[in-house]
Design a protein around this ligand. Sequence first.
Ligand SMILES: [Zn+2]
Length: 324
Amino acid sequence: MARYGGIDLGGTKIQAVVVDEQHEVLGDSRVPTPTEGGPADVTLAMVGAVRDAAEQAGVAPGGLDAVGVGSPGAVDDEAGTVTSARNLPDWEGSYPLAEKLEAALAAPIALSNDVNVATMAEFELGAAKPFRSLLGVFWGTGVGGGIVFDGALWEGRGAAGEIGHMVVKSDGRRCPCGRIGCMEAYAGRGAMETRAREKVDDGEKTVLFKIMEERGRARLSSGIWSRALDRHDKLAKHLLDQAVEAIGVAVASSVNLLDVEAVIIGGGLGLRLGEPYVEKIREATMPHLFTDYRPPAILLASLGDLGGAIGATLLAADKAPAPA
Ligand SMILES: [Zn+2]
């Protein structure tokens, strides 16, 4: 019986799982991503999370057949390196992540881009299982996208799927990427926080930052946005409505170009706000859809928080040595 590990390396948390051949989760562990130290410290935290998940799954140290990793940044599986991983501490240059993990975990390591991993997880095991073509939209700090055509991931020259940087307003707001009018400038949680702070400076009232303090957070997490909605916060609702409108425009434009069968909405904010916001995104998409008599299925990601890590186990299964 093979046992595979999967790691979703994120800016705030590292999620690890251990699964069997049917990709059933046998153990899982989550640790905060170190905020200082650099790649070596992040790697140590990843090793700890995998060992923890393996122990829960009853797998001895070194007993995993392979481990997959979904990582931000520029990922080169052949070289085993991750370069300039955004949101990770001091991760500017190229780091030999596969070699370091392989040494610590005594298993072959497979690396891929985090968004592509999450897209393939929904395609093979999640909400997009019935479909052959798909656009995955991961709504969190930024907004990432993944594309599947005819059963295979489309990576372009390595950077396909950047739906967050699709232009939704040519003279619009400045995006965290530095350009003007990107969808992420309206919908990314990071950009929304910046906007909320500007509004507060202009004298607008909101409970967003009060909730942040109450919960001892340094950032407006997805949970804080959701709680502000529960408290009928006008600014939170207004900014989220603008985010939904921008996502709707970008999704409709993508579908007009690609004509995929399904759009899956995931990511921290997407999962937290759930079906009511997927419905809002459907409504925001429709007016801009060229073939509006035949819209794509727009669905909530079904693998939840573990989706990225489970997706990484798919990479691991491909990388594992064939049984003798
Ligand atoms: Zn941008």
